[in-house]
Ligand binder design. Structure first.
Ligand code: MN
Length: 215
């Protein structure tokens, strides 16, 4: 996968209709092909005049945002964040019929951190409901290997933590089908989480933290 300028729209690992009935075809299509594409196009447009950043990865553009010229910092932050967040979102979902159950290390860690799966789902829903305006709710691993639920505004990316999964609660992610019923969208979304990929993200984080000294 190409991870530097010019950035490309990464395809979905399923069809636009694959998340029905939890997310409707039209929403997935617009979300991927219009909203995400717009972030890709915007970022390329912003960087077009700055060849010295054409070797920077998406992650580097996000992490080292403050090293960029001040005039493009906000644009790069919003659009690089938009690409990162959406790629993660689209890739930790899968068709409900293929859903794999939460098992293994991640299940154990969630129960340890939130007492039960049910409590995790409730806490995550509450966090996602509390995002004021546009943003995301995340399950992350912090540098002490603790699982935490955090939220972010706009296209901000939580930094210095490891991302396990996230839900997009921008209205464009659910409004066509759910209108103002964000709670219903969140609860239905639980049916299409790709737990295998989420657990992979978790395992990568823990392995990294077990083998790397972080200050
Ligand atoms: Mn979105």
């Amino acid at each position: 996968m190409k991870d530097k300028y010019p950035f490309e729209l990464i395809g979905l690992p399923y069809q636009y209709s694959a998340l029905e009935p939890y997310i409707d075809t039209e929403t997935v299509k617009l979300h991927h092909n219009k909203h995400l594409k717009k972030y890709v196009d915007n970022l390329n447009e912003i960087l077009a005049d700055y060849p010295i950043y054409h070797t920077w990865s998406l992650e580097k553009l996000i992490l080292n945002n403050s090293a960029l010229p001040p005039t493009i910092q906000i644009g790069v932050k919003n659009n690089a964040g938009g690409i990162y967040n959406h790629n993660l979102y689209f890739h930790i979902m899968k068709p409900a019929m293929q859903q794999n159950n939460l098992t293994g290390n991640l299940k154990e860690a969630i129960i340890k951190s939130f007492d039960s799966l049910e409590n995790f789902y409730t806490s995550f829903e509450n966090a996602a409901l509390k995002v004021f305006g546009s943003g995301y709710a995340w399950l992350i691993v912090d540098k002490d290997k603790e699982l935490k639920i955090v939220t972010s505004a706009n296209q901000d990316v939580p930094l210095n933590v490891f991302h396990v999964l996230l839900i997009d609660v921008w209205e464009h992610a659910y409004y066509l089908k759910y209108k103002n019923r964000r709670d219903e969208y969140i609860i239905n979304w639980y049916n299409i989480i790709d737990w295998d990929k989420s657990e992979k993200n978790y395992d990568i984080a823990i392995n990294y933290l077990n083998t790397t000294k972080i200050n």
